[in-house]
Write a protein that binds this ligand. Sequence first.
Ligand SMILES: NC(=O)c1ccc[n+]([C@@H]2O[C@H](COP(=O)([O-])OP(=O)(O)OC[C@H]3O[C@@H](n4cnc5c(N)ncnc54)[C@H](O)[C@@H]3O)[C@@H](O)[C@H]2O)c1
Length: 438
Amino acid sequence: MDISIFGLGYVGAVSLACLARDGHNVIGVDVEPAKLDLIRAGKTPVVEEGMVELMTRVVASGRVSVTDDVQKAIMESEISLVCVGTPSAPNGSQDQTAMQRLAHSMGKVMQRKAAPHIFVFRSTLVPGTVEDTLRPIMERESGKRDGTGFHLCFQPEFLREGSSIRDFDKPPYTIIGASSPVAVESLRRLFGHLPCELHATSIRAAEMVKYCCNNFHALKITFANETARLCEALGVNCFEVMDLVCRDRQLNISPAYLKPGFAYGGSCLPKDLRATMYLAKTHDVDMPLLAGVQQSNRIHIERAIAKVLDSGKRRIGVIGLAFKAGTDDLRESPMVLMAEHLIGKGLQLRIYDPDVHLSSLIGANRRYIEQHVPHIGALVCRDLQTVIAEAELLIVALGDRDTLDGLRAHAREDQVLVDLTGISHPGEIRGNYVGLCW
Ligand SMILES: NC(=O)c1ccc[n+]([C@@H]2O[C@H](COP(=O)([O-])OP(=O)(O)OC[C@H]3O[C@@H](n4cnc5c(N)ncnc54)[C@H](O)[C@@H]3O)[C@@H](O)[C@H]2O)c1
């Protein structure tokens, strides 16, 4: 293919070299003349393993050219990869000056280019940038519409400095955020041969995935380091601990616990996290990440309570009381906290949980209900259909098939549905749908 690449830093220069190596004709564009001169001379503008040899080879092949002329680059290519820098502004926001300036220039060129052109944004961009900022600029400047005169899409870049060429050839996956199949098909032609999954999604989701991945990486590093600080204070080998933590592929290094839903609770996570925090305090170890976890969990519960109160409804059906499905354990269940709060606000509650029946509860659970939440025990009803029938608003905290079937069969159009589990999609169940996070 004939490809133009805007921005010849780490991402752009490596992409240029690898795509030319793969047989494509590539035009590189940058505003820094020194970078263009280096590439013309067959040299690399970035220090990266394998780039010295690769750049010499691809420039000698004649498939690489460079320019500072945006018009020439777009006219002589069918697809553009945009890799200009998006650094931090002093207030922490993303500085999109270079990107927006380039969007103006690209739009102007598209006023003159008859053939439709594909623009692939590969720079990291805050969600909404392509559709809310760049698309309006380019449509205004070109007088054409995205989807007909040109096609905009977003493909996050996952390469890491130091191993960029290897990462280019073996990314974790290819994500294409696009609103037209034309862009997806072109990118499939360019990157479909790579040994990884290819997923097409919305532009906004693709923009968000990139941030989510980087934030997750930062979170993992900080979690390991915080753990290491506590290990050091306790005289425990942190490398051994983290190595063993990572060997659990079932619950730790896995999708487990990574699906959005309601707050955590139960008889283990809250108390063990509290004990960890106390232990750290007694050893003068700061663990702000874990402290933030407790705070964030509280915020999640408060948000769910606010959604119910904001609805103005008074008769509330609670489906699911235990901290998760398949157990009758109510200790530190966030649903119990939520129910108590709503009762305190004077709302009328009926509660259904197939595993929680006061008559059959024994031992610690029965004691817990009788001592801590006796008023909640009296509100528990054995029948899902009755709870649905009596409620103006349903809080769904059980994500099992029977609950979903029960809701499908009995929920009414006039009911508000607060789904804390993500089991259903808006519209799937009758009612005025209020998701917790969407
Ligand atoms: N560096 C990485 O490992 C990495 C990995 C994934 C994603 N990203 C993202 O990719 C983007 C680029 O990162 P980078 O590290 O390659 O940046 P960089 O700063 O190394 O390079 C950016 C290049 O863009 C050029 N440029 C600026 N304005 C231009 C314009 N109007 N026209 C043409 N070129 C212009 C600059 O001169 C510079 O050479 C950023 O959004 C970054 O967040 C970077």
